[in-house]
Design a protein around this ligand. Structure first.
Ligand code: IMP
Length: 468
């Protein structure tokens, strides 16, 4: 039995809660894409753990797998594992030998390219973790993989090929001096060391030794299919969201991997049939938020000066309401603390997400945040270039010209949500249920869970895939 968890919007939909909820009954939690760009906080037994790479289920004693579709920074990996051990846990993490390795020069190049782009307003706002440059090298067939770290000679050969290219790119194209300190370097690295074959070989050979000693690497497809054959429950944890998917997202303001459900097959080595035989749960926030620039047709309000290109977009703007929802929902970036832009739910976006991933169920979060409003709106279609459309256009420019057509729902009152959590779905205020059922009908997928408060306990569960 498998359950794949996919963000249906722009990330930050509350996937962690659902992974936690269903992961409690799973045996293995596997990530299939992304790297240490996915920050989440896990609270277990009164302790708080901040993780960005290791799957959160590891904190609860599950086997964590980083699939071949992931990009792995060994520095972050071992740092997270050591921190968990210091706090008395015994994390069991397996790494696909086919996964690509993030090296220090990837992080440096990520920063350089963002700087260059910011001069021409094309900055993506990446996490600066080297994610894009590592996937570039994977596609360019010059990447270093986890399996390469296990063979010192092979690692040296590969570094000798790739590092001079990267150094030339940094120095000759971008004019970077090799004596500068690297911003955000945890180990005080200088740029020159990030582009030095000997230094890199020494450090990454050591990582390889540790991976061998701790027997951490696997052939991910084989490992996962043997666990499934043995009857284990496996969760595939997507990081980020559909609109940040490299193929199906708001290109170029995307991450460099596939958070959509297809990524769960290519990123683990299991077949699409295995993924499709299981549940694919779309995580939906009851409204919409976005960090940084880019279109947001149903926008209520953003941060002044944040979105100069799209300030005209969004017929239904209401800054006060945006501010209210931002405060109620705690809509501030977890890492940067930046206020998130706030928008009404966007149905063209959700239809696109449901089609791309084939949701068999939905988890809708933050329904409590909208309580107390007189009316709640949903953008159900767009008008653009003289026509009405029902899913999101392929280009960012056309999406930026879309004006939403809204459907209005009566609001629901503030209630004692802890009591609702105890009593179940029927205790959710009727108007909120009408709203949930509208989303479910539109996306042709049943509601599996409803988030009604910030903590894990504040969840109304209608379906539990591992317990049916
Ligand atoms: P990268 O993944 O660091 O290359 O960043 C590319 C884009 O994806 C940027 O807009 C990031 O803000 C966004 N992004 C990456 N990880 C997350 C996440 O976990 N949640 C929300 N946005 C993310």
């Amino acid at each position: 039995m498998t359950v794949t968890i996919v963000g249906s919007q722009l990330g930050d939909e509350g996937k962690g809660r659902v992974v936690d909820l269903y992961g409690a009954s799973a045996d293995v939690v596997a990530r299939y894409q992304g790297g240490d760009n996915a920050g989440h906080t896990v609270v277990e037994g009164g302790n708080e753990y901040k993780l960005s790479l290791v799957p959160s289920g590891v904190v609860r004693g599950k086997v964590g797998v980083l699939g071949n579709g992931c990009v792995v920074n060994p520095d972050t990996l071992f740092d997270e594992i050591d921190t968990l051990r210091e706090r008395g846990l015994d994390p069991d993490v397996r790494l696909a030998r086919r996964a690509h390795v993030i090296l220090p020069y990837h992080r440096v190049l990520d920063g350089i390219e963002e700087d260059v782009k910011s001069d021409s307003d094309r900055k993506v706002g990446t996490t600066g973790r080297g994610i894009g440059p590592t996937y570039e090298d994977k596609a360019g067939r010059r990447g270093i993989r986890v399996g390469d770290l296990l063979d010192s000679e092979l690692l040296r050969e590969k570094l000798e090929y790739v590092v001079p290219q990267k150094r030339a790119l940094a120095e000759k194209v971008y004019g970077v001096s090799m004596n500068e300190a690297i911003e955000d370097s945890s180990d005080g690295l200088e740029t020159g060391e990030a582009f030095d074959v000997d230094a890199l070989h020494e450090q990454y050979e050591r990582y390889g030794e540790r991976l061998k000693e701790e027997n951490m690497t696997v052939e991910a497809g084989e490992f996962l299919s043997s666990r499934l054959d043995a009857g284990d429950g496996v969760i595939f944890e997507g990081a980020q969201g559909t609109l940040i998917d490299i193929d199906h997202g708001n290109y170029p303001y995307v991450t460099s991997s596939n958070p959509t459900a297809g990524g769960a097959a290519t990123g683990t080595g299991l077949s699409p049939g295995v993924i499709g035989d299981g549940d694919i749960i779309g995580i939906v926030k009851a409204y919409l938020t976005r960090v940084g620039s880019g279109p947001l047709p149903t926008e209520l309000g953003g941060v002044v000066g944040d979105t100069p290109d799209y300030d005209e977009q969004g017929a239904g703007k209401n800054e006060d309401l945006a501010e209210y929802i931002r405060e109620e929902g705690g809509e501030y970036g977890t890492v940067t603390g930046r206020p998130r832009r706030v928008a009404w739910l966007d149905m063209p976006m959700l239809r696109h997400a449901a089609r791309a991933s084939g949701f068999t169920g939905l988890a809708v979060n933050h329904i409590d945040v909208l309580a107390g409003l007189d009316e709640v709106k949903v953008g159900y279609s767009y008008d653009v270039d003289g026509e009405e459309i029902f899913t999101i256009p392929a280009t960012t420019e056309r999406w930026g010209r879309c004006e939403p057509n809204f459907r209005s729902f009566d609001g629901w009152p503030e209630v004692n949500w802890s009591e609702v959590a105890d009593e179940g779905y029927d205790a959710i205020p009727e108007n909120a249920r009408t709203y949930l059922e509208y989303i479910s009908d539109e996306l042709d997928a049943p509601i599996y869970a409803v988030g009604i408060g910030p903590s894990r306990e504040d969840t109304v569960v209608l379906e539990h895939p591992f317990e049916n």
